[in-house]
Write a protein that binds this ligand. Sequence first.
Ligand code: NAD
Length: 383
Amino acid sequence: MPDFRFPTADSRRDFLRTLSLGVGATLLAPSAFALPPERRLGVALVGLGKYSTGQLAPALQQTKLCRLVGIATGSPAKAAKWKEQYQLADKNIYNYKNFDRIIDNPDIDVVYVVTPNALHAEFAVRAAQAGKHVMCEKPMATTVADARHMIAASKKAGKQLSIGYRLHFEPHHQELMRLGQTQAYGKINKLLSDNGFKFNNDTPWRVSKSLAGGGPLMDMGIYCLQGCLYTKGQVPLSVTAKFDQKPDNPLFREVESGMSWQLNFADGSTADCRTSYAENLSGRLRAEAANGWLELQPAFAYGGLAGQTSKTPNPLALPNINQQAAQMDDFAACILHNKPTRVPGEMGLRDVQLLLAIYRAAETGQKIPTNEVQQLIDRTQAK
Ligand code: NAD
């Protein structure tokens, strides 16, 4: 395992201190400051599916430090539609074949990869080789080798690589991180999280092992994993897991229909998580600590998040924001200010390793120590 960890409450305080010191404060506080459009970083979306169409492109109309200026798509019809809808210049519209020509395009600073999971690596590496900063959707990759390759390509280019972990920029989750990591309610003994929905095959690649890398664990369970790790502020020592019994449904020929897994932390605390493509789950994140509890539900949606704790019987009075706009403006601020992103490629790699360890635990029925994750994965991939 790399020794990469989540930013701690301390590093978060440092970040807030930076804001209050005024050094670049306006740059780092997107809500307080907007660059004129011509000075904003140019973003190109690669893969114009549901998430790009429904969330990212609209969010990029609300950002203050970056803006949508380009696209890469395999569909000429989508290219024409997006060109008109977002007033895109012809020279900023690419297909998957001529995408590498982006190297000659100074309008585009950031490439945002929003393709099926297994294709993230190809586009992230090509974008880095073209000298662009990269934002890549979750899960970062379907293999450790791909994730490593992406990190190496960005490092070689001297550009940043970030993962689309939008909830790191969301006030309810930031509060859970703060309360959990500072042990404001005492030591966290137990975490509980679930996230799942009834998949209707609207995006068939999600049940293709080769394109998605797995089923709901890769897609929805990753939020539970992330949430537990950043609330606890620790990486687990070991994992155990169990696949759900598959329903009689040909959709789940290649991937799991659902699974439950447990994370075991060094201090004896545990996290119980569950994900599914066969049933709608509540989408919650709960921490039970020595002196009380914390809970978000719904925890993982794009909006309407609500939180409660044992000490605040009323819902936490926190705003719901445009998570994707906050995520993109934070990345733009990092680039403009030459600061590392708090959700770097190394975090994506760590999570890919943990997800693969969870699969291994379910396949073998064994407790899988996470310090052996790398060895196991290397062995699997050498076969
Ligand atoms: P989608 O199927 O709606 O979009 C995928 C896009 O990739 C489509 O435009 C498709 O044409 C294109 N594509 C290119 N090559 C393809 C191929 N070989 N097979 C299939 N499609 C191909 O999926 P989506 O829901 O937009 O998800 C895209 C990525 O975004 C995934 O990695 C997913 O995990 C991630 N995502 C993240 C969030 C989030 O909240 N952070 C939400 C949704 C999706």
